[in-house]
Design a protein. Structure first.
Length: 140
């Protein structure tokens, strides 16, 4: 596959950048096979990724253990084609010409694995839809 244009880029934003946005980034990296540039950030990043989110993703063969919560910057928003927010409300800066989506998903913080699995699966479904809209075929 030759790249005639730059890869589309997607930024996932939630408050702590520890659960939903990290799972979404993991799914997008995995399902796009590297065809999409992936970023994630939080308006108030946590100290570490939610261990239950890590466990839920490992069940699907996706390892996000090496990821670290990052602070949301205006540069990250400007550099992204699509900005997906997950419960960060007004904390995400808005720039004209960007595509914004808000995904209403339960927060996995403090939840057990049985509560996190359906959130993980909802995120996968939304990632598949997003890839379809971006014209990027599923890599797996």
């Amino acid at each position: 596959m030759t790249e005639t244009a730059t890869r589309p880029s997607v930024l996932f934003v939630c408050v702590h950048n520890a659960g939903r946005s990290q799972m979404a980034a993991g799914w997008l990296r995995h399902l796009s096979g590297g065809a999409v540039e992936v970023r994630s950030a939080g308006s108030m990043p946590a100290d570490q990724i939610n261990p239950t989110a890590v466990e839920a993703m490992l069940e699907q063969g996706i390892d996000i253990r090496a990821e670290q919560p990052k602070i949301l910057t205006t540069e990250a928003v400007k550099a992204s084609d699509v900005v997906v927010t997950m419960g960060c409300g007004d904390a995400c800066p808005i720039f004209p010409g960007k595509r914004y989506e808000d995904w209403a998903l339960d927060d996995p913080a403090g939840q057990g694995i049985d509560a996190v699995r359906p959130i993980r699966d909802q995120i996968r479904s939304r990632i598949e839809d997003l890839l379809d809209e971006l014209g990027v075929p599923l890599a797996v």
